[in-house]
Design a protein around this ligand. Structure first.
Ligand SMILES: Cc1cc2nc3c(=O)[nH]c(=O)nc-3n(C[C@H](O)[C@H](O)[C@H](O)COP(=O)(O)OP(=O)(O)OC[C@H]3O[C@@H](n4cnc5c(N)ncnc54)[C@H](O)[C@@H]3O)c2cc1C
Length: 385
């Protein structure tokens, strides 16, 4: 491995420069507006274009499809720095193409890639991933939305729910049943957001207020057959590969938000005086801060190690599952303790920790819930063989 001369053994000066540019972008274009966008339940579509102008939406995709290939540390920095705005809703919504577009880039026909990906990378079109259904999200192999071939089209019937960017997505990468039972009968189909027979219901939620979340209803929805991603009934691999990346992305988000809570709590603990001395002079409070920092540092070390291993070509499914749980547990601890250290202020809107506290659960449920991650980690470790 080449010697790296950036801020740690994993980061080059180019990584550090990218971080600086991104930090300025987030401070100027996102952070000042977060509270307004959260209250409005929406961030402007224009933000996709601004992010695209900086090249953020093409990052990590192959050059052959118009993307900008980068190593995993650029992607880690991208997520970490976006999270500094303090709203998971913005990060999840702005980056929903991160789970929606990879199957197009790897499985779509060249003509389809050419038609769709430049629009997503330029911020003109929004991409989303639709796997979960009202009948269940964890048990993907039992999904019931069907797509039946009819000449040059598929006819889609069923429902998807909890879909991030579902209301305004122009392209929905959708898991559908084209064959028999189980994962062997599942395909991925790209469904345009304005397809006839597709209707949408907006959902209200505990956190992530400014991301749109929708239930999608397919009622004899007609989709051109050329929008199929990969061969029929071979959607399993695309879905699984996507999950691995999504789980690493969620882990970075959770760790980054944990850090924000720590920073806010530390600043408050130094500033706030009770019983004649700053909070941090009370042992109980500084020990809470140490517990938070212990979890944060542990998460950072394993995240960077995993990122490096994935860059070397490994696909460590069990470790990624455990990483997601470790990071989300770290976020839950840090949000809980930060709100406690902030006292009543931590319960008030306007503090970062209040918002992050409301956003903890979505990360330990979405992209594979904590219980499912443990089960997958156990199975992938070969303990049941
Ligand atoms: C804000 C938000 C955004 C989302 N965005 C998307 C999106 O963009 N695209 C998408 O496809 N999905 C999305 N999801 C859905 C998410 O992936 C699912 O909620 C998740 O996979 C869990 O599925 P479920 O809600 O149906 O819970 P269920 O599968 O019904 O499970 C309920 C609970 O039971 C536990 N459980 C289930 N089976 C077992 C078992 N065998 N053993 C032990 N415990 C078990 C689960 O861990 C969970 O805690 C989003 C969810 C939220 C909340």
């Amino acid at each position: 491995m080449a010697v790296r001369k950036g801020t740690s053994r994993y980061y080059t000066p180019e990584h550090d420069a990218f971080r600086k540019t991104l930090r300025r972008f987030v401070e100027k274009e996102i952070t000042p507006y977060v509270s307004d966008w959260e209250d409005a339940g929406r961030f402007p579509r224009e933000l996709y274009r601004k992010a695209a102008d900086l090249g953020l939406l093409a990052m990590g995709f192959p050059e052959a499809v118009g993307g900008t290939p980068v190593d995993g540390f650029y992607q880690l920095i991208l997520t970490e720095e976006l999270c500094r705005c303090g709203s998971g809703g913005i990060v999840a919504g702005l980056m929903s193409h991160g789970i929606g577009a990879p199957p197009i880039a790897t499985l779509g026909s060249p003509a389809l890639q050419h038609e769709v990906l430049p629009r997503i990378f330029s911020g003109e079109s929004i991409s989303a991933l639709a796997i979960s259904e009202p009948g269940g999200g964890s048990d993907v192999a039992s999904l019931r939305t069907t797509a039946v071939r009819d000449g040059e089209n598929y006819i889609v019937n069923g429902e998807k729910t909890f879909i991030t960017s579902g209301m305004r997505a122009d392209y929905l990468t959708t898991a559908v049943r084209t064959g028999g039972e189980g994962m062997g009968g599942v395909s991925l189909l790209l469904i345009p957001g304005d397809s006839p027979g597709l209707s949408k219901t907006e959902l209200k939620k505990m956190g992530w207020w400014c991301s749109d979340t929708a239930t999608l209803h397919f009622d004899d929805c007609r989709v051109p057959a050329r929008y199929l991603l990969g061969p029929e009934n071979a959607g399993c691999m695309g879905i699984m590969q996507n999950f691995n990346n999504e789980r690493l992305f969620i882990a970075v988000m959770a760790w980054a938000f944990a850090k924000l809570c720590f920073d806010e709590a530390l600043a408050w603990a130094k500033d706030r005086t009770t019983f004649g001395k700053p909070l941090i002079r009370h042992q109980v409070i500084r020990h809470k801060l140490v517990d938070m920092q212990t979890a944060i540092q542990g998460a950072r070390a394993t995240l960077e190690d995993l990122t490096w291993r994935v860059d070397q070509g490994e696909w460590p499914v069990a470790e990624v599952c455990m990483m997601k749980n470790r990071a989300t547990q770290c976020m839950e601890l840090c949000a809980k303790e930060a709100v406690q250290i902030l006292g009543g202020l931590g319960y008030m809107q306007g503090s970062i920790s209040e918002r992050v506290y409301r956003e903890t659960k979505v990360l330990s449920i979405g992209g594979g819930a904590e219980e499912i991650m443990k089960e997958l980690a156990a199975r992938q470790s070969g303990w049941l063989a």
